[in-house]
Design a binder for this molecule. Structure first.
Ligand SMILES: [Zn+2]
Length: 118
């Protein structure tokens, strides 16, 4: 049994969309990534990233799995949305630049310093 996140009706698990309100019940985006071509031990493997787009925050997560050449998942981990966002920012950092998370307090501190400079 599963419950619709929009209308709250319950139904068995065979539906992809709620029969009462048409809300998507299981929606996810899946993408496969190839390994680096020059890293020999990784050849034949793939990274699968599944982004689950549930209606409730506890349903939304990003799942990473490493698949071997036989199609078997060797390792799996799920990240919640804030951690997945942090990973996305990490990957977008220019290569070679030192990573330092910028918070709103960093920005406010920068503004405060600018104001006090004569
Ligand atoms: Zn519904």
């Amino acid at each position: 049994m599963q419950e619709c996140g929009r209308c709250g009706n319950r139904m068995d698990g065979r539906y992809r969309f709620c029969p009462w309100c048409a809300a998507p019940l299981r929606s996810k985006l899946v993408e496969f990534f190839r390994p680096h071509p020059d890293v020999e031990p990784d050849q034949g493997r793939a990274l699968r990233v599944s982004r689950y787009l549930g209606a409730r925050s506890e349903e939304r997560h990003v799942r990473f799995s490493v698949w071997d050449e036989d199609g078997v998942a060797e390792a799996v981990i799920s990240l919640d949305e804030p951690e997945a966002d942090r990973l996305a920012r990490f990957l977008l950092e220019p290569a070679g630049r030192r990573h330092r998370p910028r918070t709103v307090w960093d920005r406010l501190g920068t503004l405060a310093l600018r104001r006090h400079v004569p």
